[in-house]
Design a protein around this ligand. Structure first.
Ligand SMILES: Cc1cc2nc3c(=O)[nH]c(=O)nc-3n(C[C@H](O)[C@H](O)[C@H](O)COP(=O)(O)O)c2cc1C
Length: 197
């Protein structure tokens, strides 16, 4: 498989950066190819512009015929080359970093990941065989499960952002939590998830 990895963390010298490195090693050993889209390195803009908003939700009706910005087109091109889509990011206040939320707001545009009936669209839709969400966390997975936070994040990613209707055949989410005491176990899991992708 060819995998596009969306990485959302300001530093590669972090636990999340180490998870990315191990996952990529695993992918390589599993015979997969990959490309990394580092949202902080590329300074990906999180906020929608007024033009982008109007394309999706104009008061006069959505306008999917309007062009999408070049940086979003570049993301679409990377996704189109891929069979797999992976998100690696830290849990920040029970969500991902703002740039990652912005990636979904701006990249998952009308005509690409959702359509309105009886309308024609100028772009081909998203087609991904497998998606994986890898979220690092300071709290343990058990704590995030007991508090319902793991479930709420899972519902948002798997039942909405990466649901089958947007063009993702299968999606899973794994929380790599627990801090230093779980570090080696989590990195081994990240490697394995890459290898068995
Ligand atoms: C702004 C911020 C908010 C955070 N919020 C949470 C949180 O809500 N839940 C949690 O389990 N960990 C939280 N953490 C901890 C990180 O998820 C944790 O340290 C993670 O393993 C990332 O480590 P890294 O920055 O070394 O990659 C937060 C960290 C930061 C910087």
């Amino acid at each position: 498989m060819h995998v596009y990895i969306v990485f959302a963390h300001p530093s590669r010298r972090s636990f999340t950066g180490d998870v990315l490195a191990e996952f990529c090693l695993g992918l390589r050993d599993g015979g997969h190819s990959y490309e990394i889209g580092d949202l902080f390195e590329m300074d990906f803009r999180a906020d929608m512009s007024l033009d982008e908003y109007n394309r999706e939700m104009n008061v006069y009706g959505n306008r999917p015929d309007l062009p999408v910005p070049p940086d979003v087109q570049a993301e679409h091109a990377k996704i189109e080359k891929a069979d797999g889509l992976v998100f690696i990011f830290p849990n920040w206040w029970s969500d991902g970093p703002a740039k990652l939320k912005g990636w979904f707001d701006r990249v998952c545009v009308c005509g690409y990941t959702y359509v309105y009936e009886d309308e024609e669209y100028p772009m081909s839709g998203l087609e991904i065989d497998r998606a994986l969400v890898l979220c690092t966390a300071g709290n343990t997975r058990e704590h995030l499960e007991e508090t319902g936070i793991a479930e709420s994040m899972q519902r948002i990613y798997l039942n909405d952002r990466l649901r089958p209707e947007i063009g993702v055949t299968q999606a899973d989410m794994v929380v790599l939590g627990g801090g230093e005491s779980m570090r080696q176990k989590n990195l081994a899991q990240a490697y394995q998830l890459g290898k068995e992708f």
